[in-house]
Design a protein around this ligand. Structure first.
Ligand SMILES: [Zn+2]
Ligand SMILES: [Zn+2]
Length: 328
């Protein structure tokens, strides 16, 4: 057994240093460069190895897997931000399984443990585990992004997710996980082949809507663990290093507003300041209107304002109306 390293987080001026050029280069290496490589390949491949069929399939399978993680695995199963009926519960668990991030029970256990020990010893994926020097944070970012997945010690499901483990439907879906993996890997190719009636169509759909899609879903989810605990702004009081990183808003479907999420984990909306796009919250709102989800824990503006580090930002909180100043 290896000793757990002491967690050291930055304070004051140290924190400013971490937002320096060296650190931006590091994060670029992990997240931005592979993404740019894929984007650069698009014009080269367009018309030959990439068609509208591939784009639509990739977009659709990305939305299914990502919403399965943000709405299902995260906001519903981990944090209970809303309630659902049995059918919707099964649909969300199946959708989340297509993201290839493991069974719902293990995901929930890891994530609840992350909230319990956030950026302290015991956090399964804190980027601060090796210290605060540039070198230590670079190593920590890699660990938080992907390295932690290879750690042998897993968060115990019996302790952190007994509610998930005791659910018969969710247990059945976990048992079927290998079949779901095969399905999410092959279905885009089958659809691409049938729509275009060609082997090339099947192959390009497999490349874009399976391989590229899964890589993107993985890196975006992992970025919340790595990037959103190191870079960005921290408007809310949350005891840890969780932060808001605006440029992840679109691909992360609103999970990038991570500072509020750690301050108020059960809230169904993470983007609570004006102008913060939270697509997952928009989808929850639509499902609520359709009566597919209920008892949604929408954040209360007064509570949100109370968690702000700077009270002067209150006017930026959605739905908040300050009490009129008393007339003297
Ligand atoms: Zn976090
Ligand atoms: Zn969470």
């Amino acid at each position: 057994m290896t000793a757990t390293p002491e967690m050291v987080r930055p304070t004051g001026s140290e924190e400013l240093q971490l937002n320096s050029t060296g650190m931006r280069v590091t994060i670029g290496f992990f997240v931005v460069v592979p993404l740019l490589a894929v984007l650069a390949a698009i014009p080269v491949a367009w018309g030959g190895w990439l068609s509208w069929v591939d784009v639509i399939l990739a977009f659709t399978f990305y939305a299914i897997a990502s919403l399965g993680i943000t709405l299902g695995y995260h906001r519903h199963f981990t944090h209970g931000s809303f309630k659902t009926g049995r059918t919707m519960k099964i649909v969300l668990a199946l959708m989340g399984s297509t993201a290839l991030q493991g069974s719902v029970a293990q995901w929930v256990a890891d994530h609840r443990k992350h909230h319990k020990f956030s950026d302290e010893v015991g956090d399964p994926h804190s980027p601060w585990r090796y210290g605060t020097s540039t070198r230590a944070v670079a190593k920590g970012l890699f660990y938080a992004h992907v390295g932690w997945l290879f750690d042998e010690s897993q968060s115990p499901v019996v302790r952190y997710a007994p509610d998930i483990q005791n659910d018969r439907d969710l247990r059945a879906i976990s048992r079927w996980f290998p079949a779901i993996v095969v399905g999410t890997l092959l279905l885009p190719a089958v659809l691409g082949g049938l729509i275009t009636m060609s082997w090339t169509g099947a192959l390009t759909a497999f490349f874009w809507a399976t391989l590229v899609r899964i890589a993107l879903v993985h890196h975006v989810t992992w970025s919340i663990n790595s990037v959103c605990h190191v870079f960005g702004t921290r408007p809310f009081d949350s005891r840890d290093m969780s932060s808001n990183v605006w440029w992840l808003a679109l691909p992360a479907l609103g999970e990038n507003w991570h500072s509020l999420h750690h301050a108020e984990p059960t809230a169904a909306r993470h983007g609570v300041l004006k102008g913060q796009l939270d697509i997952s919250a928009l989808v929850i709102r639509s499902l609520e209107r359709l009566h597919l989800v209920r008892d949604v824990r929408w954040p209360r503006p007064e509570r949100v304002v109370a968690k702000l580090k700077d009270p002067a930002m209150a006017s930026r909180v959605r739905g908040y109306r300050a009490a009129a100043a008393p007339v003297s």
